[in-house]
Design a protein around this ligand. Structure first.
Ligand code: FE
Length: 206
């Protein structure tokens, strides 16, 4: 879409130098791409509907919450999860895309707090912990969590004592991470289903 800006007309400047390129809305661009693909027989509409379903119903943090709850109640599963995340989550029926070759599960302890990021863009183990929240994609988070992780975590509501070591893990194309939070002591003995309900998406990020 092209539009001339009425505020920038100048007597000294020919008006064609004042053409501002406006970008069409996301909806208009998506529609145009979908129509172009559909016209070539590539059936983009079905693909978009499928992706929408996956993003809303399948790639959800409740998957990671179930993994955490199982690890809290089953020490042998916890060991398998820490040894090979990809294989262990498959026991619960969860899969990762082929290019997520490794799911590395990072165990928090009383003295170690893990936190994940993707300094380049927005990668997560999205089939397990869900699609990333907006703040995870924010340039501020991606750059600052590496340089001043303690401050960033404090600003986000997690005020760690100085003796807790913070480890920041930068996601790559083929290595995805999930944080295994420590189980709150007051929940020891709870049934697995109830435990899964208290595990949040943010706690899976760290
Ligand atoms: Fe990324």
């Amino acid at each position: 879409l092209r539009a001339r800006s009425p505020n920038h007309q100048s007597e000294n400047m020919p008006s064609h130098d004042r053409v501002i390129q406006r970008t069409a809305s996301v909806e208009q661009r998506v529609e145009a791409i979908q129509a172009a693909l559909d016209a070539r027989g590539m059936n983009a509409t079905d693909g978009v509907e499928e992706l929408d379903h996956l993003a809303q119903e399948e790639w959800i943090p409740q998957n990671g919450a179930r993994v955490v709850a199982r690890a809290w109640v089953d020490p042998a599963f916890r060991d398998r999860l820490l040894a090979n995340g990809r294989e262990a989550v498959a026991e619960l029926g969860f899969t990762l895309p082929k290019h997520h070759r490794h799911l590395v599960v990072l165990e928090n302890t009383a003295t170690v707090q893990n936190v994940i990021c993707c300094t380049l863009c927005s990668c997560t183990a999205f089939t397990i912990i869900g699609l990333p929240p907006d703040w995870y994609k924010d340039l501020e988070y991606r750059s600052r969590v590496v340089r001043e992780s303690r401050t960033v975590l404090r600003e986000m509501g997690l005020d760690l004592s100085p003796e807790v070591e913070i480890r920041v893990w930068d996601t790559t194309a083929d290595t995805r991470y999930m944080v295994l939070p420590t189980q709150p002591p007051e929940t020891i003995g709870w049934p697995e289903d109830k435990l899964a309900e208290i595990v949040t998406r943010d706690s899976l990020i760290g």
